[in-house]
Design a protein around this ligand. Structure first.
Ligand code: EPU
Length: 429
């Protein structure tokens, strides 16, 4: 039965929302736990469908997983005895690529489908391969499968040609047990890269410099299990800030690391929001439509591409003309055709979207084309008059824990509805 999200817009949001653990950290840390060959206990794991896929892949390899609570899990990877598993579902999520680095480090071999993920056009993995090959591995891609092998990885200097979160993390994971020292230059600096390095150090790795563009990894022989808490999700936090702005209101985003939100806060302030930063919380108070704002997406600490669709939705109802330049992904504007259905006035030329802010959006029936596109449609729905129905919400479930419940608790009129597209069940008069 198909599910959808139904929103009646124009309700002010008020109150507090607690942010979950970061998807893009957790989807890397869990595969990296294979290196421990022991029991790791994790807290602040987001309850999202991408994590369920990672659990399935770990179980297929032979890991034992115990759910200890809503966001707490224990994973025993000591029982993984071979790198072979049925990795069929690996093609659905990008983060499955981290199994390559982890299995290569432990078994000297891994083979899985070329990883998928949200469709932003071409998503190469040449820099992951560059990293593995520099460490001495042989990499082959045949019939949609990628195979990496090496009996003895040896540390070296690796310059990444593009700043890549995935290639930085994968190379770092593979290098943890390599002989000698590996230096990754032009490394990504995202909070989730730092989180993976912190976790690996916790279980016995020797990594320095994560969070800068040079990461140094001294190979170690043996690692061990430990406890680890995943960092809060910077993008989930930014999404709730955008939702609060779009609806007008006064919302405190709780349990975040405000430093990770600096670029997002700076841009929301430029748009006219009143933002107050506390130790672990950020409050956003705003009762007017956003002012025009120009944004260029960049690797961290720049403005995150994963917030681009949400701010385009937000700026659709604004005063003036905003220019958004997407520099990370080749094709991340597919969702804009859905925003047209709300009455947004946006033109696209290559990697640039020009938004002519309108004074009113009208509820529409739309479909999510990927995770952040889905978040953008929710934001448009919150700021639109009338009823919005969003289908293909499985994309939203990939990365947002209980988004309907969280927004509802803030006062949004939003609900999940089964079979919303059967005419009788629509009930949206
Ligand atoms: N790139 C290459 N070669 C590579 C890898 C990447 O040319 O081998 C290019 C890409 O084509 C892109 C740029 O480098 O133009 C950045 O890609 P990156 O490798 O950083 O992206 P990723 O690791 O595949 C992660 C997040 C994405 C997020 C990007 C950029 C995960 C699981 N995914 O993807 O998150 O957009 O970094 O920050 O960490 C999302 O959460 O919605 C999402 C898509």
């Amino acid at each position: 039965m198909q599910e959808g999200i139904v929103i009646r817009g124009l309700k002010h949001l008020e109150g507090e929302v607690k942010i979950s653990g970061a998807k893009n950290a957790a989807v890397a840390v869990l595969p990296a736990s294979i290196l421990s060959r022991g029991v790791c206990k994790f807290d602040n794991i987001p309850n999202i469908s991408d994590i369920n896929v990672i659990y399935d892949l770990l179980i297929d390899l032979g890991a034992k997983i115990k759910l200890l609570g809503k966001s707490c899990v224990e994973i025993d990877t000591s029982c993984i005895n071979s790198p072979h598993a049925c990795f069929d579902m690996a093609k659905n999520i990008r983060a499955s690529c981290y199994f390559l680095g982890a299995l290569l480090a432990i078994f000297g071999y891994a083979k899985l489908p070329v990883p998928g993920g949200c469709n932003f056009g071409f998503r190469p993995i040449d820099q992951h391969i560059k990293g593995f090959e520099a460490l001495g591995a042989e990499c082959k891609i045949t019939d949609g499968m990628i195979e990496v092998s090496c009996n003895h990885l040896v540390g070296t200097n690796i310059y990444l040609d593009v700043i890549s979160v995935g290639a930085t993390i994968n190379t770092m994971i593979a290098a943890v047990k390599a002989e000698g020292v590996t230096v990754i230059e032009n490394a990504a600096k995202e909070p989730h890269v730092v989180d993976v390095a912190n976790f690996l150090n916790r279980i016995g790795a020797d990594i320095m410099g994560a969070g800068t563009d040079v990461i140094k990894i001294k190979g170690v022989g043996k690692l061990h299990g430990d406890e680890y808490t995943i960092v809060p999700d910077q993008i989930e936090a930014g999404t709730y800030m955008a939702a609060a702005f779009a609806s007008g209101g006064n919302v405190t985003i709780r349990k975040v690391i405000p430093k990770h939100l600096e670029s997002i806060i700076a841009k929301f302030e430029e748009m006219g929001a009143n933002v107050t930063v506390y130790d672990e919380d950020v409050n956003i108070k705003v009762y007017s439509s956003p002012k025009k704002c120009n944004i260029k997406t960049m690797p961290y600490p720049g403005f995150p591409t994963d917030m681009q669709p949400q701010v385009v939705a937000l700026l659709s109802k604004s005063s003036g003309t905003s220019i958004i330049n997407e520099t990370v992904w080749g094709n991340r504007f597919r969702y804009i055709s859905e925003l047209f259905l709300f009455g947004a006035n946006i033109s696209i030329s290559g990697s640039t979207a020009v938004i002519e802010g309108v004074s009113e959006l009208k509820g529409a029936q739309v479909k999510a084309t990927d995770l952040r596109a889905g978040a953008a449609l929710i934001i448009a729905g919150l700021s639109a008059s009338g009823v919005t129905v969003i289908k293909q919400t499985q994309y939203i479930e990939r990365g947002y824990e209980n988004i309907v419940e969280k927004l509802s608790a803030l006062g949004a009129d939003i609900r999940t509805k089964r079979n919303v597209f059967a005419k009788k069940a629509l009930d949206i008069s």
